[in-house]
Design a protein around this ligand. Sequence first.
Ligand SMILES: Cc1ncc(COP(=O)(O)O)c(C=O)c1O
Length: 418
Amino acid sequence: MSASVSGATLQLPQHEVMSQFAQHNGQLLVGGFSLSAISRMLGKAVFYAYDRNIITQQVQRFRHAVPARIKLHYAVKANPYWPVVQHLKLLVDGFDVASQKEMLLAVQSGMPVQHISFAGPGKTDTELSAAIALGVTLNVESLSELARICRLGQECDVTPQVALRVNPAFELKASGMKMAGGAKPFGIDEEQVFTVLADIAAMPLRLRGFHIFCGSQNLKADALTEAHQHTFALAAKLVAACPYRPDLINLGGGFGIPYFAGEKRLDPAPVGQSLAALLQQYHDDFNGIELVIELGRFLVAEAGIYACQVVDKKVSRGTTYLVCNGGLHHHLANSGNFGQVIRKNYPVAIGNRLNSGQQEQVTIVGPLCTPLDILADKVMLPKADVGDWVVVYQSGAYGPTASPQDFLGHAPVSELLL
Ligand SMILES: Cc1ncc(COP(=O)(O)O)c(C=O)c1O
């Protein structure tokens, strides 16, 4: 495996996660099947494939490290592919959803509604009414949303189940995406929330508790631990200020996965140890209250690959290009256009030539007429040709549904869980 930094090509050690996928005679296997076999099953030459055993292992990694007292919820937005949702239904304790569509997926998976929460700014009256009618917990993002929930609950004649999402004064350091601290569209500012609590008993709703989500894609155990210390302290103050005992505290998420050269896998063990200590310290404050961590990519990203085929190979002024039938329109994040400041390569491979000795430096691009459509820039890979399989690892989260599939009108990508 290799990656380019400032134009230079560096040899990198084998990515830890890549070794989770088996291989046979140089062919990458997903769930025991080669890429050409999966292609024949789907009748498609470009697809995402997810390995259910790796998803299960990731859940086990969390469970092994984190005390059982803390429940695990899956953030459906990371991968809402129905077979993935159904598989996770059997493994996790609840779902977090971000739209009506995701909420209906979660409900139809058979997950009990009291274990489904709906977060996100800008929820429409239609979405709020649907959640109220179902009894799904609404994570409230603003004071005006709270007022609308009260009104809609009265209109439906159903008591809304709500958790106040708090935008704390602290932040989750070293996060790919910071979602708390400072001015944010998410949640009610910590300074305001205590005033709301003073009035909450008179409101036509059931306050289940609080949602304190600080950020995502964090690989630093220290940063997560520090955020948990602040989160427990804040949650204890919030519980004490409640006019009645809440039953739910969502401690957020943020567990990341390594995407780029030099990044190390997060070790959840020290995070779990620190959580165990916090549980002891705050035992009385949270007695009888359900504590939840919600994770998306940590559970699914490493279980997925994106595979496309080389349709053309050309040399332009010294650069060898592999031109593929898939790219940015299927996998925006890999192209570097989903939150990266400076584009870096995801780990890639030639999926049918894993053991091939002869290497060359290539730039891999997709079929779109834009210089943004890059699958991998200046990487050393086994020599490949038309018909070979380009594989992008770490692709099980924020894939098809986070990509502009209609852009330029190419065919949509297929998915398969094996
Ligand atoms: C409220 C909330 N929960 C969960 C997630 C999932 O994050 P990740 O996939 O990084 O675990 C996000 C991501 O944006 C989020 O906003």
